[in-house]
Design a protein around this ligand. Sequence first.
Ligand code: ATP
Ligand code: MG
Length: 453
Amino acid sequence: MSCSSSSGSEEENEGIESYRKGGYHAVRVGDSFAGGRYIAQRKLGWGEFSTVWLAYDTKSSNYVALKIQKSAPQFAQAALHEIELLSAIADGDPTNSKCVVRLVDQFKHTGPNGQHLCMVLEFLGDSLLRLIKYNRYKGLELNKVREICKCILIGLDYLHRELGIIHTDLKPENILLVSTIDPAKDPIRSGYTPILERPEGNPNSGVTLNVIEKKLKRRARRAVARISERRASMGGVVRNPKPERSLNGINVSCKVVDFGNACWANKQFAKEIQTRQYRAPEVVLRSGYSFSVDMWSFACTAFELATGEMLFTPKGGQGFDEDEDHLALMMERLGKMPRKIAIGGARSKDYFDRHGDLKRIRRLKYLPLDRLLVDKFKFSDTDAREFSEFLIPILDFAPEKRPTAQQCLQHPWLNINLTHNEEKNETSLEKEFDINWNLTEMWDFSLAWGWLG
Ligand code: ATP
Ligand code: MG
């Protein structure tokens, strides 16, 4: 379908208006699906197309995520497409080790709003967006970023090289941790007893009450926040800033999810793809795209994990639109776009003159990535240099020059933690130095041999 919304499921709820014919199916805790096999336990999330529920699989005695699609024909068609891709993904990965979500089952469910296609997926934890928020937008420790990057790259390498699938909407929200941040939210780790039948009570209360309750709670929270702000501004007690949170003990293994917008590389159907902030320049300029658009989004995601802030947040302004601002921001960070690329897209004439300069945004404030990391995000010079050396080739304006996921997996930056770990004995340090030196050498070698270009 069309390009996705920026971050729908991070809104508080999916809105009661979409529970109508053609829309979402209203689910209550204890509802059963597929002839009684799956029992709804609690809502996990929602998107433009679906609501997703934690369900208990009475056949396998496992917890699963039940994605229930809206029922209108365009949503059903999108679900069929997603199921086709998810089936190929599952078939090609029998050991479930490729860091991509697994489809377990599928069925149709008929309810008052129509017939809904349902996907049964392995149950995963919180999204990376939730992890960034949990960490109070501070930027994760680089060793955690490295671990997460490796998982994403394994997933992308599998999708791209083995299956020929482009995700087209890679972003923190669409990458889920394998386990929940809060162990109490994990039905297995918390020792939760599954609900096997609908609890007693008003049969019509389900969704409506839930949504109304949440709205009221939100209003109450806002009112409390306003009162304390007013008190603070009147010279009252100023609230302490929230204490930092530790991510120690949180497992950061993760998987790529949400194939609602994904496509086969040889059967593309949308020109406008990717969520705005993660969108590659060739998509903005309509120059055609391939697997390397996911690599661009990957680099934007890695930056966000390490800093807590999005790499590009374009906004329209006086006399220029969001696209032109986006191109300007890219050039301020990555240098001038080569003229041939700038003028090569179907939309190029809207933004660039024949010299390859932007038409309306004339003065650019260049600040290279490594400087930004030091000046704004207080990285050490070494961390900034090493991280930029990893990211910059992936953010090449020329899509064909970007390294593939497979090549990125060889990059020495992903293994730096081995050398930087202080509590090492000398022998192991020596060994690791050798490993890293070899990796660095391999990377230079690959550059020299043009694997990247
Ligand atoms: P979008 O509008 O992003 O295209 P969508 O309707 O296709 O949304 P998804 O993004 O697949 O739906 O899922 C919506 C939300 O449900 C996710 O953001 C996540 O919070 C939750 N979710 C999805 N799959 C799982 C899973 N396997 N395990 C746990 N939670 C999940
Ligand atoms: Mg999504």
